[in-house]
Design a protein around this ligand. Structure first.
Ligand code: 3MF
Ligand code: MG
Length: 345
């Protein structure tokens, strides 16, 4: 049987202006249409959206106008042979979301967050995709005593239920991250996300999106996080990238910090036949600030090339030798087998 081929996706935020918290943009903004053209050129079929990437200024538009604009976006994607992968409510940039959305201490902000999420469901339905991604960015605390974690967990569950009810054909993929922008997030790991989903109104429609860097920031191995979700049939998207230890979220090129860790992620996807599920492989990578505008998509091309090279490494892995090492409990020999395979010697 021929191996299934992977489908790749990208978000407009992955082609950025080079600004960081310490300095202004160093490259001109890339127009949305140019982002789409770049995606096509790089061989990315799926586009990931925040709700306001798909419908800019949606806070000031009527629900009907939001749907009309999302439909126009769908047409634009169709014309370029692209498909929408997911829509994520961008609660963390709006003034109402200053202290989080679903877990804000301000009841008006909590109501706003649910309403905004329902608009995201409308956008996703009009675009023609069935996944809502929830990155609970500010759903946490910087001052531990500022929120009640018991109450917050209930509020998050209520938000998930509200989205499931608003979008009967939508699935939710939770994208956990342990910190940044908050000190402690309420859903820091895949285990938390799946446990919450299991308590929801419709557990079959709650899964996860795993970002490599987010797992590393939680001190976890991304491939094991993926394995845990895959075993439950819950890995509905990935944000592959890399992260050099416990520091700010770096969104480095996939494999740039830990090539073996990247191999292990690809291998677990291969072993689970992830490609055959039709789910996308996304790269949540950022161009370096030093990169000149004309080559500021190289990080995406490199991530995809590394991924495909590691697929090949996974498919040519000396599995029989590895099994012999395991049977003999000779993990030193296994270590060497893996390293030599990766080194090509
Ligand atoms: C932050 C992230 C986010 C999410 C995106 C979709 C901006 O660390 O990973 O990227 O992936 O908002 O939910
Ligand atoms: Mg991400």
């Amino acid at each position: 049987m021929a191996a299934a081929t992977y489908r790749f996706s990208v978000g407009p935020w992955n082609i950025g202006r080079g600004a960081d918290p310490f300095g202004p943009p160093v490259r001109p903004a890339v127009a949305f249409d140019d982002v789409l053209d770049a995606a096509v050129k790089l061989g990315f079929e799926g586009i990931q959206f925040h709700d306001d990437d798909a419908v800019p200024d949606l806070e000031n538009l009527s629900p009907a106008k939001i749907v009309a604009e999302a439909k126009a976006m769908r047409q634009k994607l169709d014309d370029k042979g692209l498909v929408p992968e997911f829509v994520a409510p961008r609660l963390w940039e709006h003034a109402h979301g200053v202290d989080g959305g679903y877990t804000s201490n301000d009841p008006a902000a909590r109501t706003w967050a649910i309403e905004r999420s329902k608009r995201s469901v409308d956008v996703a339905a009009a675009l023609g995709c069935d996944i809502i991604v929830l990155w609970p960015a500010r759903e946490g605390t910087s001052v531990r005593e500022s929120k009640n974690p018991i109450e917050a967990s209930r509020q998050l569950l209520a938000a998930i239920d509200a989205i499931l009810i608003a979008g009967p054909s939508m699935r939710i993929a939770i994208e956990p991250k342990p910190n940044e922008p908050v000190d402690h997030a309420f859903i820091p790991t895949i285990g938390h996300a799946l446990a919450l989903g299991a308590r929801s109104f419709d557990p079959a429609r709650v899964g996860v999106l795993i970002e490599s860097a987010h797992a590393i920031l939680a001190g976890l191995d991304p491939s094991d996080e993926m394995g845990f979700a895959l075993a439950a049939g819950k890995l509905w998207s990935v944000h592959l990238n890399d992260q050099n230890g416990l520091k700010f979220d770096q969104d480095k090129v996939f494999g740039a910090a830990n090539l073996r860790g990247a191999f292990d992620q690809v291998r677990v996807l291969e072993n689970a036949n992830y490609a055959a599920t039709g789910a996308f492989v996304g790269f949540d990578v950022k161009a370096q600030r030093t990169q000149k505008a004309e080559s500021a998509t190289a990080h995406l091309a490199t991530s995809k090339a590394v991924f495909l090279a590691l697929v090949e490494k996974s498919r040519t892995f000396p599995q029989r030798v590895a099994e012999e090492c395991i049977a003999a409990r000779d993990y030193e020999a296994l270590e060497r087998t893996v390293l030599e395979h990766l080194l090509g010697c």
